[in-house]
Design a protein around this ligand. Structure first.
Ligand code: HEM
Length: 310
């Protein structure tokens, strides 16, 4: 029972329908914002050029070898009874007709072409392995240097330890956080200022598991580096396994981004984007309490400092 219903007969002394006021706080420091958007551009171009490279041999294997018939994933094509090209995706022993998207799709001139991923998902659009590799390796440098700067800056300013690393209380509240997310219930006011446990775990996973993993697996595929990294190549089962893991992590990034964008959308897209672009973010703040009667000390408890997530 709420306290309002206990006092049902009494006239409230202050209006109850007062809308909470908005308070603007400085949420994201400039270097974090710059590095975040550099990462978005680099990752997008690496993904699209990576699919271009994949298309040169649109099959994945496990182990060290790429023998005919042993692919665990294959994007291919065949002719149907009427002589039309049909796109076929095979995962293990299961085959799917994926005409129009995977295996066979329309090229830029509108004609059906045999290619793994369609031209609208690759950089450059037409099949051009050498150019795809140039884009991929250029943005790989951007991604790695930007990632190192991000981790260095976040550790030096304690953003990593304070805002991203989960606290004991965060771990204890993980069940509640999962339930709240499933109900699309999100924190408001001051509480919205700190990352929740699922956000922290997601960010740490993309940075330290996906980020580090995809770079190591990329290096493990490189003909020069796989000699230096041979223990790692062996640990994952071979160069073909490294390529498969690299591909899976790339799609892990896509899954993260889709969830990330969904969360941004449902928690106020304009406010969130403004936060990540200008640094300023609005939170609900209950109207200021009336001044205390003469002689009483003002209440100074509660959060007072607006500290950005440096
Ligand atoms: C168009 C795509 C994207 C948009 C619109 C976007 C938007 C945002 C926003 C609004 C925040 C702040 C969330 C908050 O304060 O609660 C954020 C944080 C973050 N985003 Fe993104 N994001 C995008 C893509 C990505 C990608 C591709 C990655 C990496 C794979 C990424 C990784 C992160 C990380 C790690 C943070 C936490 C930053 C920190 O405080 O250290 N985002 N993003």
């Amino acid at each position: 029972m709420s306290s309002e219903s206990l006092d049902a007969g009494a006239m409230p002394s202050t209006p109850v329908d007062v809308k909470p006021s908005r308070r603007i706080v400085y949420r994201h420091a400039l270097p974090i914002r710059i590095m975040h958007w550099i990462n978005v551009v680099a990752l997008t171009l690496m993904f699209l050029s990576g699919l271009q490279i994949f298309n040169a041999h649109p099959r994945l294997y496990w182990g060290n070898r790429s023998d005919e018939g042993t692919a665990i994933l294959a994007l291919g094509a065949r002719q149907d009874a009427a002589g039309n090209l049909q796109g076929v995706t095979r995962i293990g022993k299961h085959e799917f007709n994926t005409t129009g998207v995977l295996g066979v799709s329309n090229g830029e001139d509108g004609s059906a072409q045999m290619r793994g991923f369609p031209s609208w998902l690759t950089v450059p659009g037409p099949q051009w392995l050498a150019m795809g590799r140039r884009w991929h390796f250029f943005f790989a440098w951007v991604f790695v240097l930007n990632g190192l700067c991000f981790v260095g800056y976040a550790a030096a300013t304690r953003h990593l330890q304070r805002d991203l690393w989960p606290t004991g209380a965060d771990w204890r509240g993980i069940g509640r956080s999962v339930v709240d997310h499933l109900r699309f219930k999100h924190p408001h006011g001051e509480e919205a200022l700190r990352y929740n446990i699922l956000q922290r775990l997601a960010y740490l996973t993309v940075i330290f598991v996906f980020g580090v993993g995809i770079v190591l697996m990329g290096l493990a595929m490189s003909p020069r580096m796989d000699a230096v990294l041979s223990p790692l190549v062996e640990a994952v089962g071979g160069r073909q396994s490294a390529r498969t893991i690299h591909f899976i992590i790339a799609w892990g990034f896509v899954a993260f981004v889709l969830i990330h964008l969904f969360e941004v959308l449902i928690t106020g897209v304009f406010n969130q984007l403004r936060g990540m672009i200008t640094g300023y973010y609005a939170i609900d703040a209950t109207p200021a309490a009336p001044p205390p009667p003469d002689g009483e000390a003002p209440d100074t408890s509660g959060p007072s400092e607006d500290r950005p997530h440096d």
